[in-house]
Write a protein that binds this ligand. Structure first.
Ligand code: CTP
Length: 400
C-alpha cells in the first residue's frame, strides 16, 4: 500500500520550529510529507531544514518547477493538508480563497480533509476578523484546532499558543482515518435539529436557552461527508450553513415539531440535538409588556410544549427509522440518562454533562451514548465532529 500523502503547510510564525517535530512524527509513522512553507515561514525555519526532514523538495511559490504544475498537483494528490502554525494572515487568506502563493493554491485544490493549527497573539485570535475567518473555514468542513493557552512570544501569556505537536499529530491521524472511510450513509436521508428554541413573550422578549447549535451543525456536516442527504432544522443559530446541507430555520418548539414531522416522513434517521424549551408562555402579548409604577409584575403563566423526541420515537414515520436524542444533565448523568432514554423511547441517547463552563458554545465535547439495547459507548473529550462521527457509527450500524 502506498504511504498516506500529507501536505504540511507552514505559516510565518515563531511556532514554525515546532512544525519540525510534527514533520518528524509524520514521516516516522509512515507518511509521505510534502512541506509547503510560506515565504515568511522561511524567515523562521529555512528550506534546507524542511527538505532534509521530509526528503522532498520545498517550494513556496507557484513559479518553481512550473512544468509540473505544482499548484494543482500537490493539493489534488494529498490525503490530508495540515497547516501548522496557521497565522491570522494565513487563516484570512484561506477563508477568502486567495491564491497568492503555493500553500494557498494547494488549499484551494485540495479535496481531502484540511486541518489548521493556529498560533498567534491572543488579541489577534480574539479579533472579530479572525473569529469570522475561523467560522467560515469550519463551516466549509475544515478542522480548526483551538490554540492552547500559555506563554506566547515575549513576556505575554494567554490563548494563542500552537497546540502541542503530539496533539496536532493525533488530530492528523483521526482525520486521515475519517478520510479513508466509506460513504456509509450514501443514499440515506437524515434529519438533524440544532440550536435552541425561543418562546416569545411579546414582540421583543422570549424564553430561550444557551445552546449554540455547534453540535447539531457538526452532526449535519459529518453526515453530509459520509454521503447522506441532510436536512438541518436550525433553531435560532448564528452559524453559516454547512455546505451541501438543506437548512430549514425554525423559531419555537411548535415550529420545530411541524418542520420535523414534515422532514422525517422519508428519513432513515432523526437526531434531536436541539435544546427544546419544555414550556412556553401561556399568553403571547402582541404589544410590548410595560412595567407600571407601584405595581408588582404579573406571575408568568406557562404551558407545556410538545415532547418532539418522544413523539418522533413513538410514531416513526417509516419502519426501521433510527431516532436519537440528546440529554444535557448537570448531575447523576448516567442514571438520569438511562431513565430519559426509556421515557423518550428513542434508540440512542447522547448524554453529556453541562454546567456554567461546560459544553455550551465550546468547540469540544465529551459524552456517553446510551443504546436502548443496554449498550454504553463513551466518547472521550474531543472535537464535536468526533462525537458526531461516533453517533453516525452507531446509527449506520443500526441501519445495517
Ligand atoms: N426534546 C424534545 N421536545 C421537548 C424537550 C426535549 O424533543 N419538548 C428533546 C431534545 O431535543 C433532546 C431530548 O429531548 O434530544 C432531551 O432533552 P431534555 O431537555 O434533556 O429533556 P427533557 O424531557 O426536557 O428532560 P428534563 O426532565 O431533564 O427536563
Amino acid at each position: 500500500m502506498s504511504k498516506p500523502r500529507v501536505v504540511l503547510g507552514v505559516g510565518g510564525g515563531i511556532a514554525a520550529y515546532k512544525a519540525c517535530e510534527l514533520l518528524r512524527r509524520l514521516t516516522e509513522s509512515g507518511h509521505e510529507v510534502r512541506v509547503v512553507p510560506t515565504a515568511s515561514a522561511l524567515r523562521f525555519v529555512g528550506a534546507a531544514t524542511w527538505a532534509a526532514l521530509s526528503g522532498q523538495p520545498v517550494a513556496t511559490e507557484v513559479w518553481d518547477s512550473v512544468d509540473e504544475v505544482p499548484h494543482v498537483r500537490i493539493g489534488k494528490a494529498a490525503d490530508l493538508v495540515v497547516v501548522a502554525p496557521a497565522t491570522a494572515d494565513l487563516l484570512a487568506r484561506a477563508a477568502h480563497g486567495l491564491a497568492d502563493d503555493l500553500l494557498t493554491n494547494t488549499l484551494l485544490t485540495a479535496r481531502c480533509p484540511v486541518l489548521f493549527a493556529p498560533a498567534m497573539h491572543t488579541e489577534m485570535w480574539e479579533h472579530p476578523a479572525t473569529r469570522e475567518n475561523v467560522t467560515t473555514l469550519r463551516s466549509r468542513g475544515a478542522v480548526v484546532l483551538e490554540p492552547a493557552s500559555g506563554r506566547l512570544t515575549g513576556a505575554d501569556t494567554g490563548r494563542g499558543r500552537l497546540p502541542e505537536p503530539a496533539e496536532i499529530f493525533d488530530a492528523c491521524r483521526r482525520l486521515l482515518a475519517r478520510g479513508a472511510r466509506e460513504p456509509d450513509l450514501a443514499g440515506r436521508h437524515v434529519v438533524v435539529s440544532a440550536g435552541g428554541t425561543r418562546e416569545p413573550l411579546d414582540p421583543v422578549r422570549y424564553l430561550g436557552n444557551r445552546s449554540s447549535g455547534k453540535q447539531g451543525y457538526a452532526l449535519a456536516r459529518t453526515a453530509a461527508a459520509r454521503g447522506a442527504r441532510v436536512t438541518l432544522l436550525a433553531a435560532n443559530t448564528a452559524l453559516p450553513d454547512p455546505a451541501g446541507v438543506d437548512v430549514v430555520p425554525v423559531g419555537t418548539a411548535v415550529q420545530l415539531r411541524e418542520a420535523l414531522l414534515k422532514a422525517a416522513t422519508d428519513a432513515d434517521a432523526v437526531v434531536m440535538a436541539a435544546a427544546v424549551a419544555d414550556f412556553r408562555p401561556a399568553v403571547y402579548a402582541p404589544a410590548k409588556i410595560k412595567k407600571r409604577d407601584g405595581q408588582e409584575p404579573e406571575p408568568l403563566a406557562l404551558v407545556r410544549n410538545p415532547d418532539i423526541l418522544a413523539e418522533a420515537a413513538a410514531d416513526r414515520a417509516r419502519p426501521g427509522q433510527v431516532v436519537v436524542g440528546f440529554a444535557a444533565e448537570t448531575d447523576d448523568v448516567l442514571a438520569n440518562g438511562r431513565a430519559k432514554l426509556r421515557r423518550k423511547g428513542c434508540d440512542l441517547l447522547v448524554v453529556n454533562e453541562v454546567g456554567e463552563r461546560r459544553t455550551f458554545g465550546a468547540e469540544d465535547n465529551e459524552a456517553v451514548i446510551l443504546g436502548s439495547d443496554g449498550s454504553e459507548t463513551p466518547v472521550p473529550h474531543g472535537p464535536k465532529e468526533a462525537l458526531a462521527d461516533a453517533v453516525w457509527d452507531l446509527v449506520a450500524a443500526r441501519l445495517g
